[in-house]
Write a protein that binds this ligand. Structure first.
Ligand code: GLC
Length: 633
């Protein structure tokens, strides 16, 4: 398949830029073709031609400063893998009021060491209930109360000037019921009807539903909604007012390819591919993680690499361990799909070790991940804006003599505070009576015991709970990857029970862990003796130490050492210049480890405490203590 001639489209551009564009087109053409062939076998050549045109048209619109950024990223393609990278996720309104308000808070982010900012959905959502902005009615406009498209461009520029890359959500599985495409489809326009999955009767929906799991069993049971206006059953995986797009239709892909480039041209540097697992539907399956999802991602990424290579993709695929690795690419897609993916299993396993005070399941589960492509990164995190679903694999559980179902039940009871002696204060989200699944909402501080320790006025309890939070975050920072902090965790913000006062949030308790930033409380980070001071500085210290350790570069794979003392997790990271052994005591008791477990010389030093060398005796680890032993190569 020959590369189309895009020269006329670039006419008038600086000669150098034309050459650069053509070079990238040649470089990524094979990725584009093979991606398209994987999802649209009969239409790939024509689609590739169309997409090359879309890339060229958008490159033409790309401002000079962003073309320069493209070159800087070419000069340092590992830019998002450096150990100095630190992510932060927040809602623009809850953090800064408006987009301009966010720009005024950049000092706070820099003080923490943030280099990547994920602002939760801010493209214009439907009015009223909108799933926290994940029901977009206009992708080319900003939510009115937050500002304008110009404000968004200005914010991206300000952030970039401060070394912070802006990440936005790209909701590609569904649009709001009010989106123009859906309006047209409802009115009977056959072109736009093909943008959605619409059925005249229940025959096909019933057939699909036989193998479809429920995503929101509580507030939106089933996956199809009857639409009176068009007399059809419409595919709605999430809420009834979120209409799933039909990615079998190439026109949908063109729309998003163009949108991706448009967002990149505003200065967005990373797109979080929301609910990407659900994109492609296939009868008789769960309609998640289908091979075409990866083929489509590869095609979209090729377009972005050609038009705006400074842009990276982050996959939001909150799926079981066996389905996760393909989002960074395995086999023919290796390194050609998303650059970053949420390490959902790691997140679940951290909460599991803390509840069980035992690392054996963690080791088994994390050891099964195939090596990721070296150019990609796990997004490591403890909390995000969503609930926690207990993605514990039955096989992993069985390997350490646990029953998967029982362990999941234990975790949900523990974190809902229902298990005897549990000090967690989570809320149950979307209980599924059929499968027994109970997901959990709550802030990190409330789940980890800080809320109940404060309520009980018990200092010793609070001390342990704070250690636990710092341990959890050191694991997020020390595992290797792009750590993603969720707003408020740096100040140990507790659950916001006021969420129910807002009628558009009342039925969705995920808002309990999406508080507004209390800027007066944030000030206490400068007051020694306060909880906020202790947590902020504990975290900040680990962030600073991490930034200086080459063994924490995200291209390095974490090796999990077999648990000798199941109370202590031992992670080995070997880079060309430095070896690091992270030691994490996940219990409130002092633990000891035989010296041979740490494969480093006696002079290896603890980068966190800068304390005396490792020595040759057994290793003592204090309650919830973390040690990062390093040795230069
Ligand atoms: C993603 C978002 C979640 C939202 C869902 C549907 O999983 O993180 O908040 O409810 O997509 O858009």
């Amino acid at each position: 398949m020959t590369i189309p001639d895009v020269a006329p489209l670039l006419d008038g551009e600086p000669l150098h830029d034309q050459v650069v564009f053509q070079t990238r087109l040649q470089r990524y053409w094979p990725d584009l073709i093979t991606g398209l062939t994987g999802a649209y076998p009969d239409q790939a050549p024509e689609m590739a031609r169309r997409l090359a045109m879309i890339a060229a048209e958008n490159f033409r619109q790309r401002p000079a400063d962003l073309r320069l950024l493209d070159l800087r990223r070419h000069a340092d393609p590992q830019w998002f893998q450096h150990q100095q990278m630190l992510g932060y996720a927040t809602y623009a309104d809850r953090f800064g009021g408006t987009l301009r308000g966010v720009a005024e808070k950049v000092d706070y982010l820099s003080e923490l060491g943030v280099t990547y900012l994920h602002l939760m959905p801010l493209l214009r959502p439907r009015p009223g209930q909108n799933d926290g902005g994940y029901a977009v009615m206009d992708y080319r406009a900003v939510r009115e109360d937050l500002g304008t498209v110009d404000d968004l461009r200005d914010l991206a520029t300000t952030l970039r000037g401060r070394g912070i890359s802006l990440t936005l959500d790209l909701v590609l599985n569904h649009v709001a019921y009010e989106h123009e495409w859906a309006v047209q489809a409802r009115s009977g326009d056959s072109y736009y009807r093909r943008y959605f999955h619409m059925f005249a009767d229940r025959e096909l929906p019933d057939a699909y539903e036989r193998s479809l799991p429920e995503v929101f069993p509580d507030f939106a049971p089933g996956s199809f909604t009857y639409d009176e206006e068009s007399h059809s059953w419409v595919w709605t995986t999430f809420n009834t007012w979120q209409w799933d797009l039909n990615w079998h239709n190439p026109d949908v892909l063109y729309e998003f390819a163009d949108l991706i480039c448009w967002l990149a041209n505003l200065g967005v540097e990373c797109l979080r591919l929301d609910a990407i697992a659900f994109l492609y539907k296939r009868m008789g399956t769960a309609c998640q993680n289908q091979p075409e999802v990866h083929a489509i991602t590869q095609a979209l990424r090729a377009v972005a690499r050609i038009a705006a290579p400074a842009l990276i993709f982050k996959a939001e695929a909150i799926v079981g361990p066996s389905d996760l690795a393909p989002y960074l690419g395995v086999g023919k897609h290796a390194g050609k799909v998303s650059d970053v993916a949420y390490q959902n299993s790691l997140m679940v396993q951290i909460w599991s070790v803390l509840a069980a005070k035992d690392t054996r399941l963690f080791c088994t589960a994390m050891n099964r991940f195939p090596a990721k492509p070296v150019s990609t990164v796990w997004g490591t995190y403890l909390r995000c804006h969503d609930d926690i679903g207990w993605a514990i694999d039955d096989g992993d559980a069985a390997a350490v003599e646990l029953n998967g179902f029982e362990h999941r039940r234990f975790l949900s009871e523990f974190y809902a505070g229902l298990f005897p002696m549990s000090d967690a204060r989570g809320l149950v989200f979307q209980e599924n009576l059929e499968t027994g699944d109970r997901r959990i909402s709550g802030t990190a501080a409330s789940l980890i015991g800080i809320e109940s320790a404060l309520n009980g006025g018990d200092d010793a309890h609070l001390d342990l709970a704070v250690r636990r939070l710092l341990l959890a975050y050191r694991l997020v920072l020390g595992f290797g990857g792009l750590p993603l902090l969720y707003m408020g965790d740096e100040l140990a913000l507790r659950n916001d029970y006021g969420f129910a006062d807002d009628p558009t949030h009342a039925d969705d308790n995920r808002w309990v862990h999406r508080p507004e930033m209390p800027w007066d409380v944030a000030e206490r980070r400068h007051q020694p003796g306060t909880l906020e001071h202790r947590v902020w500085h504990g975290l900040r210290h680990a962030i600073t130490v991490r930034a200086a350790l080459p063994s924490l570069h995200a291209s390095v794979e974490a090796e999990i050492i077999d648990p000798v003392n199941p109370a202590v997790l031992v992670l080995l990271r070997r880079s060309a210049t430095q070896t690091m052994v992270g030691v994490y005591n996940v219990t409130p008791e002092v633990q000891s480890l035989p010296r041979w477990v740490v494969p480093l010389g006696n002079w290896a030093w603890d980068a966190l405490t800068e304390e005396t060398p490792l020595g040759d005796g057994p290793l003592r680890v204090e309650p919830y203590q973390v040690r990062w032993f390093v040795q230069e190569a």
